[in-house]
Design a protein around this ligand. Structure first.
Ligand SMILES: *Cc1c(COP(=O)(O)O)cnc(C)c1O
Length: 828
């Protein structure tokens, strides 16, 4: 270890390790690395708050009762304590309690909007979305980069010709995207460089990210920003409260505000002839805190500040502690390299540097050993399974993301119109990532948190092999595999248990999929969102049976039930309209399946809806989505061939080039290949992506073999977890000419059964951690997703199984257990 590193070590507060488990019992088995989102609260804080609440009664301030007086005096003291926390003199600053930093910003905007001629607004590129939105209220607005702000600071106003109205300049003290810190002196230089004879320029500092891990010193009122916003839950974990600190010299801004609410006026005359009110005048906060204060939240702040001090010391000490960890995390991630010497992580955060300063945040993306970006959604799934709390995606910082990732506005618009939204799986578009992985540290982080995360990235994303040739698609066209349909499953209710097609029964196959498959779903009564096993694992215990003799869908719940709840219910298979809620003239309520808006028919029967709501413990309704619908009552397949399935055009000895994996290498092309276009026209019901999903037992055997080698999982992974419709297996044990594991990746077509019904393969099936839910018990584990991530990741995504659809030449095709399956293979 070199000297500089030793110097940093001295800032580490090893005491945190001693009390970590006791103070944060809710974090058992997980690693919290999202302090930029919020900070977990220590148990001592909650205990102390509960003690205060159970021994004192706090009333609504401003009356004579003892409970009211107690609140008033506590709140006055806490207001002062908040100012002291930031070294601010109460003669120079006032504290306005608000819900969060965003509410503080909005209060300033409310005031400026009421100025007679509105206001000009400039914000820094690294601003949080909450600052960006202010531009919609301004007469003029500009987004500035560092250079433009520096020019302004030397006297070049960016609002030449519009100085007849006040100007607001806003920026974050620390970017919530990558932790980079912006100069605090800007507030002062920009304010001072405006011509005093003209309208004033006010500065708004968004300190929400900065104050989590650094002291903010407002002792020099001349240099301080006019407005400072922050959220206490980000510093202490609790309470859910924020503050707007106002420099008294800037209070005049609020004089034009018109609205008054309870608590903010001294006298109001309300009558037909005359309307008059006297605003409170002594303190600004009295005028701005409308309605009843969040009394108990403010009082909790006292305990929060006490406990913070006891556990972690001063904010300076917190800042040294987090700076040490930041350096360790940054170095750790930078040092992970693939076998070919290339770094695994592309880091956007500035390198930790005690002078320039950057917050304890490391934002990055991951590339595989062929230089292709790894999907953020995939990293998030695996991290979640492994107990890491991290943030991925656009992290509410559009400007910061665009500049870090080199996304041009037109690319962001194109991504948006081609279906990209915050929080979708589709996060690598046209060869560029659309967001980042953000790991952020806080007062309660430890060396072992950092090391565990670096180990995790190393274990799952470092590839020590040299790039494998991409030509596993050798000519196997002559092989006559001896395969058959091993089992057939229907999932009548999306995300619920399966119904196995009994041997000897011919099951009808339609263009949308197997008959009755995913024709029903459960939708949340409030949001209309289709419920998924990912969030409600107990759905695996909802077991439907199709009884054609009685014309019923019978559903049994195999889990624990509340008292008086029936275990079974029958629903007519009939589509009689009286069973369903009538669409109202105001438009029937739409539902959402996998983010897609659909119109499903919801059942009227309370008995039916209560059955599902009671069993799952969530207010939901049964809905039906029968074939043949139009408009929002139909859906289309999204499956398509994946890159790893395409025959490689390059000879195996050359480095394979994955299309689109080299950012800036080629212009993005619209996703309109033939496969996708035809996919758009192929109808499906409520399955996620395609009409039929198939898996093969040789692939499952290979996966189980891998899992056994790790020794981390008890028992075999059952084929059920993949929720396939068709399981394909060698026709007889050890039969000659059987297939290699994952041969299905390169199948083009299947002929199934005596009738030779043809099925077209539509591409590999992308997986998420839902495959970790045991379909018998609804219990979650880490496998098989962890092993799949290691062995079946292509282009940053994880695959198992294949999508397919009937190609439609034969009339009424059917499938039956035992049918012979004959694949035809990719030809190179
Ligand atoms: C979190 C954050 C915000 C928003 O805070 P809220 O509490 O959600 O209002 C604004 N800016 C930055 C830099 C942040 O980190």
């Amino acid at each position: 270890m070199d000297k500089s590193n030793n110097a940093m070590t001295s800032g580490y507060n090893a005491k945190v390790e001693a009390f970590r488990d006791e103070e944060y019992p809710m974090l058992k088995g997980s690693v919290y690395l999202d302090h930029a989102g919020t900070t977990p609260y220590p148990k001592s804080l909650m205990d102390s708050f509960v003690r205060d609440m159970t021994s004192n009664l706090y009333g609504n301030p401003h009356s004579g009762s003892s409970s009211s007086q107690l609140s008033t005096s506590r709140i006055e003291d806490i207001r002062l304590r908040v100012l002291q926390f930031f070294n601010a003199d109460p003669a120079d600053f006032d504290v306005v309690f608000v819900a969060n930093a965003t509410a503080g910003i909005k209060l300033v905007v409310d005031a400026l909007r009421a100025a007679p001629d509105g206001f000009n607004y400039a914000y820094h590129q690294a601003s949080h979305t909450s600052l960006v939105g202010v531009r919609e209220e301004a007469r003029n607005s500009l987004c500035l980069d560092d250079r433009q702000v520096e020019e302004w600071a030397t006297g070049q106003t960016p609002f030449e010709g519009h100085e007849d109205r006040p100007t607001l300049f806003a920026y974050p003290a620390q970017s919530n995207m990558d932790g980079s810190r912006l100069p605090l002196r800007w507030s002062d230089t920009i304010r001072c460089n405006t011509d005093v004879s003209r309208n004033r320029t006010y500065t708004l500092l968004d300190a929400a990210a900065y104050v989590c891990s650094s002291p903010l010193d407002l002792s020099s009122v001349e240099r301080a920003p006019d407005f400072i916003v922050l959220s206490f839950y980000k510093i202490f974990g609790f309470p859910d409260l924020g503050a707007l600190l106002v420099r008294r010299q800037a209070e005049e801004v609020f004089n034009t505000m018109k609205y008054f609410g309870g608590g903010t006026v001294d006298m109001v005359v309300v009558c037909v002839k005359e309307q008059w009110h006297a605003p409170k005048s002594q303190f600004l906060h009295e005028r701005l805190e409308h309605g009843t204060l969040p009394i108990h939240n403010i009082i909790a702040l006292d305990a929060a500040m006490d406990v913070q001090k006891q556990l972690f010391g001063t904010m300076k000490e917190v800042s040294q502690h987090t700076a040490f960890l930041q350096q360790r995390l940054d170095r750790g991630l930078r040092s992970i390299r693939h076998g070919n010497g290339e770094p695994v992580c592309t880091i956007y955060s500035p390198e930790p540097n005690p002078q320039a300063g950057s917050g304890p945040v490391v934002s990055f993306n991951i590339r595989n050993n062929q230089n292709a970006w790894v999907s953020l959604a995939e990293v998030e799934k695996l991290a979640t399974l492994k107990g890491f709390h991290i943030r991925t995606g656009g992290v509410c910082n559009p400007g910061g993301i665009a500049s870090a990732l080199g996304l041009e506005p037109w690319e962001m618009r194109q991504n948006f119109s081609s279906g990209f939204r915050c929080g979708t799986d589709n996060d690598i578009m046209a060869g560029k990532p659309t967001g980042v992985i953000r790991a952020s540290l806080g007062s309660m982080s430890t060396i072992s948190d950092v090391d565990a995360f670096v180990d995790f990235i190393t274990e799952f994303y470092q590839d020590l092999t040299l790039p494998p040739p991409l030509t596993s698609h050798t000519t196997q066209k002559s092989s006559r595999a001896d395969l058959c349909v091993h089992s057939i499953s229907i999932y009548p209710i999306k995300s619920c248990g399966h119904f196995q097609v009994p041997p000897g029964v011919d099951w009808e196959v339609r263009p949308e999929g197997l008959a009755w498959d995913r024709e029903w779903c459960l939708v949340h009564q409030g949001t209309g969102q289709a419920l998924s096993q990912k969030r409600y694992p107990k759905m695996a215990l909802v077991r439907p049976t199709l009884d054609f003799d009685r014309g019923e869908l019978r559903v049994r719940y195999a889990g624990e039930l509340p008292p008086h709840q029936p275990r079974e219910i029958s629903i007519p298979l009939s589509k009689n309209p009286s069973l369903f809620r009538q669409p109202t003239t105001l438009g029937s309520r739409s539902s959402r399946v996998c983010g897609e808006e659909i119109l499903a028919q919801t059942y009227v029967s309370n008995e039916v809806n209560d059955f599902f709501s009671g069993a799952l413990g969530v207010p939901c309704m049964l809905a039906r989505f029968p074939p043949g619908g139009q408009g929002k009552s139909m859906r289309h397949s999204k499956a398509h061939l994946q890159k790893h399935q395409l025959p490689s055009a390059t000879p195996s000895h050359q480095t394979p080039r994955l299309p689109g994996s080299f950012p800036g290498d080629r212009p993005p092309s619209p996703p309109d290949s033939d496969t996708e276009r035809s996919g758009q026209e192929r109808r499906i019901l409520l399955s996620n992506e395609s009409p039929i999903l198939a898996i093969t037992l040789p692939s499952l055997d290979a996966l189980n073999e891998e899992i056994r080698r790790t020794g981390n999982h008890k028992g075999e992974i059952s084929p059920d977890v993949f929720r396939a419709n068709v399981v394909i297996a060698p026709a007889s044990q050890g039969s000659q000419g059987s297939i290699e594991p994952y041969a299905e990746d390169s199948w083009l077509h299947l002929k199934i059964g005596d009738g030779g019904h043809r099925f077209e393969m539509l591409g590999s099936c992308r997986r998420c951690h839902m495959v970790c839910i045991n379909q018998d018990t609804a219990e979650k584990s880490q496998e098989p997703f962890v092993t799949l991530s290691k062995t079946r990741r292509f282009d940053g995504k994880v695959f198992f199984g294949v999508h397919m659809a009937v190609t439609g030449q034969s009339q009424l095709p059917t499938l039956r257990v035992g049918d012979v399956v004959v694949p035809s293979w990719t030809l190179v």
